[in-house]
Write a protein of this length. Sequence first.
Length: 165
Amino acid sequence: MPSLTSPYFSLSFADSPATITFTIMLYGDEVTTTQMPFIRQMLKKDLPTIFRSKCFNEENIPFYKEVISTELGHLFEHILLEYLCLAKINTGFSEATFSGMTRWNWNRDPYGTFHIEIGIDEQDKVFLTQALSKTMTLFQKILLYPRTQIVTLHPAQQILSSRME
Ligand SMILES: [Zn+2]
């Protein structure tokens, strides 16, 4: 199984018909977006169309709400799906649809491991290289984003910034 490396996580993938399954293992303690108050603004700026994507979850929470407190594997899935759509549309298709599912079980796997299954037709796998490269770049930017502001943020400012979103 080929793998891609980053200083912050490992990524491997298994290719099978109409599916590709990624396994991502985060090296840090952080496994959710809960301590990332910047996440929505960053995505709005860097990948705004991600908020048009549908998210099927038990509580039916839309992605723009879900993203402020979700597992990083699920965030990675949505970013990859969006870059896949954009890569396909950029070649002239009027629409693109990809589906994904993220699972984890830290009793079985090391903490911070996620399995991300992407539904993708064989002819669309040509878009994976570009989409994955952009996903890695944005995901690393998210992981590396400075966090000191969390500590210094005054409650009044928090209220203000949430109103500005
Ligand atoms: Zn989702």
